[in-house]
Design a protein around this ligand. Structure first.
Ligand code: GDP
Length: 358
């Protein structure tokens, strides 16, 4: 599946967060046949609609969509020059589909600050990481650009790509990431530039700052237009050990409605350009992951490749209509069940039953 790589300077709370991600037992509990790599944490994307579907269909269990997080070693200043784990870290991060940077805002004086600082410095940390990623991308470009330019003199269809790479190079030289500049990543795709990946920022705060809106606004302004998640990694690792009701109590005691991990899963899912459609029956109520814009046969293929090959049609009731009608039978009699063909583009909240030939 698609994976989000976790990066950050040393001692920002990456391991604490990642341990919470891997202790999350969504996958172990619900997907017994999936293999879990030790450096991958799987988090369920919270979706209250599944609980409602499970009530309507008397489903035995609920299976949410999931997001994979990949543990990547910390970045230190000079990583692009081979400091720390250097190129090894860069190779790992290249495989990720999006990058989640953890930034220290918590103050604990017992935990040493990166780069000989004596207080949190989110702005400087973000710049340090960006600089390393930008330098790595510039190295990548310097390696391929001369050959591309030469080839494009013969192959005219390469000229657009060369122009895109040259534009990216200019931007990177000014210290801007490809993602922040909003460049079209498509012509740059096979360069696997690190800064072309979508970014998510996790600010690791002291729990008593989680409701500090001015602080959060300041932090957001450092990373716009990327998405920000605010959490306390230590609390997250405690939440994951608690039964649901006690977890909710702990969350409420720090003024939060939802765990940081859940928020992270939801934002991550969105950042990866994914959406879900829903199925439900007596066995399970389930969210299936598709990319935004997927057609009905592509959506069927996520359940089984045979479903895509033998696709005939899909019977679709929107979640809201289903809830209003109370059952699929009632939705049918009220004309709320649509029959869609192979060109139908799936919409969020579609509750689906596929018809297919085997
Ligand atoms: P990493 O180097 O980025 O993986 O950082 P770790 O997760 O190993 O955390 C470094 C230290 O900071 C550990 O002693 C953690 O217990 C502590 N730590 C992590 N997150 C928090 C936090 O949110 N608040 C406080 N007070 N300490 C934290």
């Amino acid at each position: 599946g698609l994976q989000i790589g976790i990066v950050g300077l040393p001692n920002v709370g990456k391991s604490t967060l990642f341990n919470a991600l891997t202790k999350n037992d969504v996958l172990a509990a619900n997907y017994p046949f999936a293999t879990i790599e030790p450096n991958v944490g799987v988090v369920g994307v919270p979706d209250p609609r599944l609980g409602t579907l499970a009530e309507i269909f008397h489903s035995e269990r609920v299976l949410p969509a999931t997001v994979d997080f990949l543990d990547i070693a910390g970045i230190v200043k000079g990583a692009s020059e081979g400091q720390g784990l250097g190129n090894k870290f860069l190779a790992n991060i290249r495989e990720a589909d999006a990058i989640c940077q953890v930034i220290r805002v918590f103050t604990d004086p017992d935990v040493v600050f990166a780069d000989d600082k004596d207080a949190p410095d989110p702005k400087s940390d973000i710049e340090t990481i960006n600089t390393e990623l930008i330098l790595a991308d510039l190295q990548t470009i310097e390696k391929v650009l001369p050959r591309l330019q030469k080839e494009s003199r013969m192959k005219k269809d390469l000229q657009e790509k060369v122009a895109a790479v040259e534009q990216a190079q200019k931007l990177l030289e000014t210290g801007t990431t490809v993602f922040a500049a909003g460049l079209d990543p498509a012509p740059l795709h096979d360069l696997h530039l690190l800064t072309a990946k979508p970014f998510i920022y996790v600010f690791n705060l002291d729990s008593d700052e989680l409701a500090n809106e001015p602080l959060k606004q300041d932090l957001r302004s450092l990373i716009a237009p990327a998405e920000a998640i605010f959490l306390d990694a230590k609390i997250e690792s405690e939440l994951i050990e608690l039964p649901e009701d006690e977890a909710l109590e702990l969350l409420q005691s720090i003024g939060q409605e939802e765990s940081g991990l859940s928020q992270l899963a939801r934002v991550g899912f969105d950042t990866l350009g994914l959406q879900t459609y829903l199925t439900a029956g007596p066995k399970e109520a389930r969210a299936w992951t598709i990319r935004k814009g997927a057609t009905a046969p592509e959506a069927a293929g996520v359940i089984h490749t045979d479903f895509q090959r033998g696709f005939i049609k899909a019977e679709i009731v929107s979640f809201d209509d289903l809830v209003a009608c109370g059952s699929v039978a009632e939705a049918r009699s009220k004309g709320k069940a649509r029959i869609e063909g192979k060109d139908y583009v799936m919409a969020d909240g579609d509750v689906v039953e596929f018809r297919f030939n085997v």
